[in-house]
Ligand binder design. Structure first.
Ligand code: ZN
Ligand code: ZN
Length: 569
């Protein structure tokens, strides 16, 4: 293991300040290392920069209210924007392509990806009004491409979405295998199989570094095949007497193909609820997938179909409140009401952090006497990421000198490093912002660059530590109190002070009495101020805030955010 001293390095604000050496290749993650999500990787060689993946991550409990989507902060790249040779997207999951339409204006480099990913990217760019501006180039799986001094080879793997690609990146006599997200699925249902012959021959020709997926590095064994999942789904659906509603990740085309076949085999017809399912079905069909997927039954025709012949596909496998499954569970879906003896199948895993939302949905469904089946009850989901035996298989094939774990939280990356060490390979740890010099005698962290997270608020991307977001959190935690005092030319009260609370419960105290007492207190506070304070807006405001804040805390036991307006006539 190499490269721990770097933790003491002060980050550079710009890539142009980093002491890169000509003839060397560098790897710098700005997102996705130390976390699952928001992948954004930079390779640098001889003053040229290659971007691999532009992903988002989603908000969690620690995110300020009102922020749902988070992107990497690219301010460090600003000074070298003219030196970007291209943006390569490995596959179409949100954590790899989801930020393209938010961040492209900061990058303005051509984009390269395979046709399915391009189709997903086009939809996002179109919605953002950027379609005409972004040079988006389709690359066929298995292709070779030269971008500046970088030679790239697309290598087909398997995952949980069509066209997942690893990249062989060659520059400055170095060879990196950047895995993207992958697993080894011998029967992936949809899309290409992985090419084990190519992987073995790459190993023979000399892969020096692997930058690789750590998501399942803590899990022994194999991730399992979509074809096993399909068998289990068939058994579950075939044994249900009434309507079945299934939710899964909308982008998992193989799972959708399986459900299409199962519907046919069990004498059911499919109805789809939720926009993202429609979008992915459309994208998959337009790019040559889901060829045998059955025609859909419109929701208005469901009444004419016996319940035992209905298979509903619904969005919202993670309990997203606005998605179809949450609305079905609450009985609020405009097109369908679930009934006792119906079955809901969650063909998905519970992403950590979503447990509460999902358990609430299970409870709501159980209250309606709807049967709930999850992956705890039957093997109806398989992961798209490699477990330890798949990692071992890959490293025996590729025989890299050094493995650099990415795409994982610390424990996943540590476990991945440990596996590489056990196999006698070198490993190097990396976190967002590290500048790793890819030297085959040892990977060194030579510097750090500034990184961060930006939250999408309306149409703006703002740092998560921005003052406006701290204020928003304070408002969410404690509510707001506004005080307005109107003073005449002699700084005497011209009218009665006004007090208003937003989101502050008054408890046992009658709100009218509370406001009356506060108005009286404000008059008292004003009468105690000297003339200098009375003439100064800032002085008067801080005196009012201090004294009223103390009173409100004493009376209500809370400390709302205060807004004091001083109006002078
Ligand atoms: Zn991913
Ligand atoms: Zn993925």
């Amino acid at each position: 293991m190499t490269g721990y001293l770097y933790s003491i390095l002060k980050p550079f604000a710009n890539f142009s300040q980093v002491p890169f050496i000509d003839g060397q290749l560098y790897f710098i993650p700005l997102g996705g290392s130390g976390e699952i999500g928001m992948n954004f990787n930079v390779y640098c060689c001889d003053g040229q920069y290659l971007i691999v993946d532009v992903g988002i991550t989603f908000a969690d409990d620690s995110t300020p209210p009102g922020i749902d989507v988070i992107c990497a902060d690219l301010s460090a790249l600003r000074s070298v924007r003219d030196q970007l040779v291209g943006i390569v997207i490995t596959h179409a999951h949100e954590d790899h392509v989801g930020a393209l339409h938010y961040l492209w204006n900061q990058l303005k480099a051509p984009v390269y990806c395979t046709p399915f990913t391009a189709s997903v990217a086009r939809r996002k760019l179109g919605e953002a009004g950027l379609l005409d501006q972004v040079p988006l180039h389709e690359v066929l799986p298995g292709s070779l491409l030269e971008l500046g001094g970088f030679q790239l080879e697309w290598v087909t793997l398997t995952h949980s979405i069509p066209e997942p690609n690893a990249l062989v990146i060659r520059a400055a006599d170095r060879t990196v295998f950047h895995t993207g997200d992958w697993k080894l699925d011998p029967h992936p249902i949809e899309g290409e199989h992985y090419d084990d012959g190519r992987l073995l021959s790459l190993g023979e020709s000399g892969i020096e570094f692997v930058v690789g997926d750590s998501t399942n590095a803590t899990v022994e064994g194999w991730s399992g095949s979509e074809s096993e999942c399909r068998k289990a789904l068939h058994e579950v659906i075939a044994s249900q007497p009434n309507r079945v509603a299934v939710t899964c990740f909308s982008s998992n085309t193989a799972r959708l193909a399986s459900l299409g076949d199962i519907a046919h085999e069990t004498g059911r017809r499919i109805t789809v609820l939720g926009r993202s399912l429609f979008n992915y079905l459309q994208t998959a069909k337009a790019t040559g997938y889901l060829k045998n997927f059955p025609d859909l039954v419109p929701t208005e025709d469901l009444d004419y179909l016996p319940k035992s012949e209905q298979l509903i596909l619904a969005t919202g496998s993670q309990g997203e409140p606005r998605a179809a499954m949450a609305r079905l569970a609450k009985g609020e879906h405009q097109d369908l009401l679930l009934e006792p003896d119906d079955t809901v199948v969650f063909s998905s895993k519970v992403i950590p952090g979503n447990e509460k939302k999902l358990y609430r949905l299970y409870d709501l469904l159980s209250q309606k006497k709807v049967r709930v089946i999850t992956e705890q009850d039957a093997p109806i989901h398989v992961s798209g990421h490699p477990c330890r035996d798949e990692l071992r298989w890959m490293y025996r094939a590729l025989r890299p000198k050094v493995v650099i774990p990415v795409h994982g939280e610390e424990r996943h990356m540590a476990s991945h490093s440990q596996l590489a060490d056990e196999m006698g390979l070198g490993s190097a740890r990396v976190v967002n912002g590290d500048v790793l010099q890819l030297d085959p005698t040892g990977v060194n962290c030579i510097a750090r660059v500034q990184t961060g997270r930006l939250g999408l608020s309306g149409s703006s991307l703002i740092p998560l530590n921005d003052r406006a977001l701290s204020e928003r959190r304070a408002l969410a935690d404690g509510g707001l109190m506004t005080v307005t005092v109107v003073l005449d030319k002699k700084a005497r009260l011209a009218t009665e002070p006004q007090v208003q609370f937003v989101g502050v419960p008054s408890g046992d105290i009658d709100p009218e009495t509370l406001n009356g007492d506060l108005r009286y207190a404000i008059e008292e506070i004003l009468s105690e101020q000297n003339s200098r304070t009375l003439q100064s807006d800032d002085g008067l405001r801080s005196a009012l805030q201090r004294e009223i804040g103390t009173l409100v805390r004493q009376w209500l036991g809370v400390k709302p955010k205060q807004l004091v307006n001083i109006v002078r006539l």
